[in-house]
Design a protein around this ligand. Structure first.
Ligand code: GDD
Ligand code: MN
Length: 871
């Protein structure tokens, strides 16, 4: 084998003889190779040890006297190399010489450009490293994987063709020359990883130090398209530090004056940000960007600032409201969060590196990582800070009445809430943790699906799209049946693809489990079963599965998982199944297809809808000579879509029903963004349209969440809050109930005058005294979903009844007014109370009425009029 083996050394005297003996004892390497040892002024006599070998073997020694640097040493070694194929290995016997031949062969054969001795693929591992090193190395590897597709990009054992080295910039430094090599021509390079056992060194000590880790980080950021240098970073930090003073001073002063948290933190932020901005543009980033900011740069600066500000509000609210940390202390972690967003935003988005050019692909990857992290952080913080919406409270009520299934939904949502609250307590976090985890699971499966269908870049963009489209964002935060549904939908698609396209027997097990759990979440998942059947009919290869046991085993598993729902329905006169079929049939006739399209534009964003249409078009255009892949995507999107489209010609659908069906198409949508060669204008247009759409969506979520927790100064609440702020509202209801108890001597029955939302929200937030006796509208004979099962009826009673409504009409028309003969309403019309937050901000109005002399409900449900509120 003809190759040059480069071995960098720094104080390796104890290893040289062992290493060279081992290398020259491997016959499979032949005797045509040279060994170049590049020593960085070792002080332990390493060069002398090497010199002893020079006369007898093809060993050369290069002695460097510049500042020691591993990358520079390897570059020097390469420059002196005689052969076209270069291999690099450590001197400390960590890398197995017996693997050299397999490393070099693919390069010699010309089948690959770079080969890597990899610890992180099957068959490879690391032996003898202390825990912290393993962990550091893993973390470093994970970071590298965001921009590069190799599993072990930080390996020190690799081979390549010499000409590749010319792509490396002259000032490349540090340990990670391999990463540099991989990134310079990522698209064209053919890379192969070969598993190795990495052994910790026996002699001498590691030269890897903290400064190497920092250099590595810096190198990663630069390769990823960011601007970073210790110079800018330290100046940025100094400016930031001064900014913190401005920030904290103003914030503490304002909160001291009794000014609200939102106003205080936003004012102090704006002051500090203006201050930082002035100094940063003039000072920190000045070197790369002389002069002042271009307007587009300035707008990006503003966007980053707004994100940072909204996130800091979130952190502040979380620390103050959830952890009860005093505002004086909470502001510091909040500022740290601000600084991180600001710094990364500046380095990658406001002042990105432009020379040498960074590929759009890499930019999208970085955007994906950054935005997905931001979304996860938002969810993590707000899932405990934001109050429950009534829907979530209703499903929490499910969990208080644990059962095999429920009338209007299958049981998964209840089980998850039960588990979450059992572990974390009866609070918002406990209710939502399941949704949060489902959000992560959905991301993971969508990622894996998209990677199997396309590639890693597409997979990253897919997760990005899932994180920012409204249905995806909401499903990972709000605990509704859609949270587990979206996760199970993604998982089912993943296993279906593995089973139907990749022909993996084992995947059917996954199909069965994911499908079963999915249909335990929401019946719509059943549409994927139809899609699978259609696919098997259309695709000759997949058709063979129909004659094999695997799909039937999957069906059986799904049925077993689904059996609780069947048992519940058997015990309850098939109520749930009848309800679902009625729901589709009974809606009054209406051609609701335009409405459906509008709903999709909301669920996916308008750009998402346009991208979906283009993606469907590209899938179906290739139809005649369709690839199996495009058939899969077409069928698994098309079948559910057709069902909803047809249903919409009969009557309108709930707006979120179509959400999950886009999971099958998102990979194609994400893929198209990057296909410059195939979809010339379209891809450019998509890429350009998605950017503002992503920004706007993300800003909207962060803004709304900030609004409903801390508030936005100058923006009043009372318009949007009918369905919200039940914590404070319940406290007021408790007071009213107490007033009634004091006058009548008996606590009233509290009736939420809506189908289920008011009763549920009151029940969740009624954790103070007195424990309210809460019912829903079905007290008066109207249908109230599960409440009809939980509280079937109430016999005549002299107890007072307190009616609670979200709107005035709910108490003055519909069931309350319609039940006059059964209920005596006290003279005087509906009462109202204003609900304030603890700091005096007006939240909403509460409508209530008291009544006495309930004569019992002996009307049949159908005879009562339709009420104002359907939920
Ligand atoms: N010429 C030169 N100059 N050689 C150096 C220098 C330097 O500044 N620093 C280290 N070396 C040599 C060492 O003598 C050894 O042969 C090899 O480079 C690796 O150095 P170690 O100090 O043994 O590194 P490590 O074992 O901690 O790190 C290994 O694993 C990392 C993965 O986490 C190396 O293989 C790294 O390259 C790898 O990234
Ligand atoms: Mn080592």
């Amino acid at each position: 084998m003809q190759f040059s083996l480069i071995i960098p050394t720094l104080n390796e005297a104890g290893n040289i003889d062992l290493l060279l003996t081992s290398i020259f004892s491997h016959d499979n390497l032949g005797d045509q190779f040279e060994v170049i040892i590049v020593d960085d002024s070792s002080t332990d006599g390493t060069p002398d040890k090497v010199r002893k070998w020079q006369n007898t073997h093809n060993v050369h020694l290069i002695e460097r006297h510049a500042r020691p640097d591993l990358t520079a040493s390897i570059l020097d070694g390469t420059a002196a190399a005689k052969y076209e194929v270069i291999a690099v290995m450590d001197a400390d016997l960590s890398h197995p010489p017996e693997r050299l031949a397999s490393l070099i062969q693919p390069i010699l054969d010309g089948t690959h450009d770079i080969t890597i001795g990899s610890r992180y693929i099957a068959g490879g591992d690391t032996i003898g490293w202390p825990f912290y090193r393993l962990w550091l190395s893993r973390a470093g590897g994970w970071l590298a994987r965001t921009i590069c597709d190799v599993n072990d990009a930080t390996s020190g054992f690799f081979a390549f063709r010499k000409e590749l080295i010319k792509n490396i910039t002259e000032n490349a430094r540090g340990y990670k020359i391999l990463l540099e090599l991989l990134m310079t021509g990522r698209e064209q390079l053919r890379v192969k990883e070969i598993p190795i056992h990495f052994h910790n060194r026996l002699h001498g000590s590691s030269k890897l130090s903290l400064s190497h880790h920092l250099t590595y980080l810096q190198q990663l950021i630069t390769l990823a398209g960011g601007t970073v240098s210790f110079y800018t970073a330290s100046r940025f930090a100094m400016v930031g530090f001064l900014g913190v003073f401005v920030d904290v001073l103003i914030f503490q002063w304002m909160t001291g004056q009794g000014i609200s948290l939102a106003t205080a933190h936003i004012s102090s932020f704006i002051a500090a940000a203006s201050f930082n901005y002035a100094l940063n543009t003039k000072w920190s980033f000045r070197l790369q960007h002389s002069g002042h900011l271009h307007w587009s740069q300035f707008s990006r600066f503003l966007i980053v600032g707004i994100f940072a500000m909204l996130l800091r509000g979130a952190v502040l609210a979380w620390l103050v409201y959830t952890w009860n940390i005093s505002t004086e202390w909470a502001i510091f972690p909040a500022i740290i969060a601000t600084a991180i967003v600001n710094y990364l935003g500046s380095a990658f988005y406001v002042f990105p590196r432009t020379k040498p050019a960074v590929s759009t692909d890499t930019r999208w990857r970085i955007a994906a990582v950054g935005i997905v992290c931001f979304v996860i952080l938002l969810r993590l913080v707000y899932m405990s800070v934001a109050q429950l919406i009534p829907d979530e409270a209703y499903y929490w009520q499910y969990a208080q009445h644990m059962d095999l299934s429920f009338f209007d939904h299958p049981p998964m949502v209840a089980w998850l809430i039960w588990l979450g609250t059992a572990l974390a307590g009866q609070n918002e976090f406990g209710v939502r943790i399941g949704a949060f985890l489902c959000g992560l699971i959905a991301m993971a499966y969508l990622y894996a699906l998209a990677r199997n269908l396309y590639d890693k870049s597409t997979a990253m963009r897919s997760v990005l799209l899932l994180a920012i489209v409204p249905f995806g964002f909401a499903a990972g935060l709000a605990m509704t049946p859609d949270a587990p549904l979206v996760a199970a939908w993604a998982a089912t698609l993943y296993y279906m693809e593995r089973a139907l396209l990749a022909n993996q027997n084992r995947a059917w097990l996954g199909v069965g489990i994911a499908f079963g759990l999915g249909i335990l979440s929401k019946y719509t998942l059943g549409l994927l079963g139809i899609a699978a059947l259609v696919f098997a009919i259309l695709d000759p290869v997949a058709r063979r599965w129909l004659l094999r046991p695997h799909p039937y085993v999957a069906v059986l598993i799904a049925l077993i998982l689904f059996s609780p729902v069947i048992i519940w329905n058997m015990e309850n006169d098939w109520a749930s199944f009848l309800f679902q079929t009625n729901r589709v049939g009974k809606t009054h006739h209406e051609f609701a297809t335009p409405k459906l399209i509008l709903q999709i534009a909301i669920m996916l964003t308008p750009v998402g809808l346009a991208a979906a249409v283009l993606a469907l078009r590209s899938v179906f255009l290739s139809y005649p000579q369709t690839t199996r892949k495009s058939l899969f995507i077409g069928v698994f999107t098309g079948v559910p879509l057709m069902v909803f489209l047809i249903a919409s010609t009969f009557g309108s659908l709930r707006f979120h029903w179509t959400g999950p069906l886009w999971l099958a198409l998102i990979p194609t949508m994400a893929w198209m963004i990057g296909q410059k060669n195939i979809f010339k204008n379209i891809s450019g247009w998509l890429s350009a349209a998605w950017q503002p759409m992503i920004t706007v969506s993300l800003l909207t979520y962060a803004f709304i969440l900030h609004y409903v927790t801390l508030g936005i100064p100058g923006l009043p609440y009372q318009f949007l809050s009918e369905h919200y702020f039940w914590r404070e509202t319940t406290a007021e209801v408790e007071k009213i109930a107490d007033e009634i108890r004091q006058t009548t001597g008996e606590a009233p029955i509290v009736v939420g005058m809506s189908k289920w939302s008011i009763a549920s929200a009151l029940a969740f937030y009624n954790n103070n005294h007195p424990a309210l006796d809460i019912r829903s509208r079905n007290l008066f004979g109207e249908h109230a979903a599960m409440y009809s099962f939980w509280y079937p009826s109430e016999s005549p009673t002299n107890r007072s009844i307190l009616l609670i409504g979200m709107k005035r009409q709910a108490l003055e028309s519909g069931s309350a007014e319609g039940n006059f003969e059964r209920i005596l309403i006290k003279p005087g019309s509906t009462n109202t109370r204003e609900i304030y937050r603890h700091d005096g901000v007006l939240l909403r109005t509460l409508y209530y009425r008291t009544a006495e002399g309930y004569r019992g409900n002996n009307l049949t449900p159908s005879s009562t009029s339709a009420s104002v509120e359907n939920r």
